[in-house]
Unconditional design. Sequence first.
Length: 547
Amino acid sequence: MDFKALDFQAQVCLALLAAVIWFALLGYRDLIEPDEGRYAEIPREMIAAGDWLTPRLDGYKYFEKPPLQYWTTAVSFELFGQSNASARLWSVSTGFACALLVWFFGARLFDPECGFYAFIFTLSGALYSVLAHVLTLDTTLTFFLVAGIGCLVIAQSRRDDRTRLRNWMLAGWVALAGAVMTKGLIGLVLPGGAVVVYSLWQRDWLLWKNLHLGKGLLLFMVLVAPWFVAMSMEHQEFARFFFIHEHFERYTTTVHNREGSVFYFVPLLVFGIAPWLASAAQAMVRPGFDWKKGVKNEFDAPRLLWVFVVLTFVFFSLGDSKLPSYIQPVMPIVALLAGRSMAAGLGLRGNAWIMLLLASALLVTGLVSPRFAGDNLPVEYLLGFRNWIFAAALALYLGAALAFAGSRHTLRNTALAGIFALLGFQTIGWGYQELSPLRSSAAIARQIEAQGLAEVPIYSVGKYPQSLSFYLGKTIRLVDHTGELAMGIRADPDRKPATSSQFIERWQQETQAVALFKHRDYDKFRALDLPMRVIYKSPRKIVVARR
């Protein structure tokens, strides 16, 4: 079955099926710490304080990132109430919207079949589908970067139509403003660097004349500057912290303790592209352009897309701060390039073998998972989780079977195989709820509320469980901990976290209070014979009430 035989109704049905799986059980899994707790709590505090200008975390100023996603999540809370699902709604929605953009860009730039393959590739790529369902800023950043690059490529592909060129370029500048307002200057650095490298390699000097730099930068500044100016006027410490600490020092030092080797992202990229590794490798090694200098002043869309992928990967590989989500923006662009290879029938059987291997790896992981049990990871948690792993393996086996059987119905079977792969990765995400007590404070909050203690002072010793603030709907009192709140604490010395001795004194003076400990800290304070009644215990946390 070729693409034309897959009529519009069939395309819509497949997209709707993918959407149902993508958005299913959005609130089932509790928010994990620290990221999901943080990015839900900051919007909650914006609403509670009535201050939508200054991001705060546990009541302290928090200047690490711009506010766009905080605002959109706060709007979600206002519309739908505060919950797991409403906290993730914006991030998950932009993840799906990005796949739709890839479909649109692929169809406009190359052909409809390429666009549809790229859509399926994006949604069912392992790293992308997993990260898009975790509440971070990177999925939103990815959406805006892909929109910006896509608008640029569409604009430059038809330079003879001046109105079309201008409109698409201005849309691209709006997208870059969204990227910067989501995660800072990286939203300008990555596409800007790709344009520079591409133009030098391709010798496409006309590109610079057609970027609409004047109008584009003016529009960009109108969208971006007001918040940065207002913050700089309101908080004298903002500019130095945001631009120097959170950009230059984060990239060039290990100040955030997120270091890794220069090869850190290699296995992540290989895993993240699965199960479409064969087509992706084909597209990156043989991207369809001359490896030498291109034709002067002739726009080459695949070359620019290829440059963006490689530059982004190298940029983060050379940095001193690394997290898996940093390379998420390359996945949809790889999908665009791979869509052309997949439309040509290249790598499809290899993808089926990779899906089969991935399913088998999940099956083996489920079988051996009890061997990883320990004091911090009880076997009953793993036994609950492995049932979900087995279900995910089954979905991938079914997807592999469809892919192998697709020689006569390539596009249909590949799309269905991708949907089964998406279902498998979603199943793993849903199953992670079995491990929730290890990485979330939702159960702690439920127990505190069940005991009628939600309104008493809540102390946290030696750590900041960020989702606890969200689930209780209140800030908590820190003891012997600063962490990422160090800047905000310096700016508000009257709310400096208590020392151990100060906590002991305050605890004895409280009529009633709750405290959360790590096990080793609890043993230390229990030895002091403080009045404490255990109300919750997990492998990593103990919660006590004063009486």
